[in-house]
Design a protein around this ligand. Structure first.
Ligand code: PMP
Length: 354
């Protein structure tokens, strides 16, 4: 190690899923297989006519988008914070809210970025093991801690916990910040938004990347009490005032406007998920009950890593980690019906051959 490396902040980075630059059946990063709402396309054309506005900095308060989200969710503008994808929002939350000597708690099998942010910001943490069925054990979160974060539905398990469950964790953690990462909530069930009036320490984080088909735009947001949002904004303005570029603000507002398109797209994905789950079951795969736009599958007779590689060699990309407890699992994003049919056609051939 060079002498000047001694004081460099070293982190083991998060490894995102592959983004191959050619056409493949892409079921590896939970993107939406359908395009964003038609209004977004119209806004793209309009922005083209207004190139001149790119000369100026964007509105640092991101007021257009904050207002659209506040209207949509019937909360105050002072209850909404926006960022460059929920990754940016979550990173800001870790920086702002997890500043205790006590460890923060999150599940052992969960979004692997949590551990990376905790390491990056030197936040002590403890991973609480999911049970045998991959469920979060709520009693594990009753102990004293420096904050709590979990996704609902959890990733990569796709399991959803109901609001009583979420509220129980909140009831036992009123002196710390509890973050519910609802990246996949629109495919699942009730959001913890309902609990906001009761718990000033609750923060809900959502994204435009999944149900709103805009992973490429990078828009995420947090909704919480004005007090928490103020603290988040203070951290943001101490970091980078202009996190949201002009295009994201304009397209984001359009995406929020079209509720009908949004709900139809979700319905299509949920229908494909129900059908795909049945197909997986017929082929002998096992999986936790899927509530997100992906299924976390394992097969008792086929090695997950070999299957992952065989799929990839045939231009079908799914996600494989090979980490402890989930070495035999693959996470498969719900694509279009046609993409899923191609996946099952391959699996049937593969299973006959092996
Ligand atoms: N939370 C969870 C649980 C996720 O799976 C993802 C997607 N990788 C994110 C947050 C981040 O999504 P984005 O930054 O695209 O909003």
């Amino acid at each position: 190690m060079k002498a000047f490396e001694k004081n460099i902040r070293k982190v083991e980075p998060y490894v995102p899923g592959e983004q191959p630059q050619r056409k493949v059946i892409k079921l590896n990063t939970n993107e939406n297989p359908y395009p964003p709402s038609p209004g977004v396309l119209a806004a793209m054309k309009e922005l083209e006519q207004n190139m001149e506005t790119l000369r100026l900095y964007p509105d640092p308060t991101a007021d257009l988008l904050v207002s659209a989200l506040a209207d949509y969710y019937h909360v105050g503008k002072d209850q909404v914070f926006v960022g460059v994808g929920s990754d940016d929002v979550l990173a800001m939350c870790f920086l702002t809210f997890f500043n205790s000597e006590k460890p923060i708690f999150f599940p052992d099998i969960t979004y692997s970025f949590y551990k990376v942010w905790a390491d990056l910001y030197r936040i002590p943490y403890e991973c609480k093991p999911l049970d045998e069925a991959f469920r979060i054990v709520k009693e594990d979160y009753y102990e004293e801690n420096g904050g709590v974060i979990f996704p609902n539905p959890n990733a990569p398990t796709s399991l959803y916990e109901n609001l009583d469950f979420v509220e129980d964790i909140l009831k036992h953690n009123q002196d710390v910040i509890v973050i519910v990462d609802e990246a996949y909530i629109d495919f699942a069930g009730e959001s913890a938004l309902k609990l906001l009036d009761k718990y000033e320490n609750l923060l809900i984080v959502q994204t435009f990347s999944k149900a709103r088909s805009m992973a490429g735009m990078r828009i995420g947001y947090a909704i919480g009490s004005p007090l928490l949002i103020k603290y988040l904004n203070d951290a943001k303005y101490s970091f980078n005032s202009y996190t949201m570029n002009k295009t994201s603000l304009v397209y984001g507002v359009e995406a929020v406007k079209d509720k009908v398109y949004f709900e139809e797209t979700i319905q299509k994905i949920v229908a494909t998920r129900t059908w795909a789950a049945e197909e997986f079951r017929k082929l002998g795969f096992v999986f936790p009950e899927p509530a997100a736009n992906f299924i976390f599958v394992s097969h008792p007779d086929y090695d997950a890593k070999e299957l992952f590689e065989a799929l990839k060699a045939n231009d079908i990309y799914v996600r494989y980690w090979g980490s402890e407890r989930i070495e035999q699992y693959l996470r498969v994003t719900i694509g279009t019906r046609e993409e899923m049919e191609a996946l099952f056609a391959f699996l049937k051939k593969y299973m006959k051959k092996c």
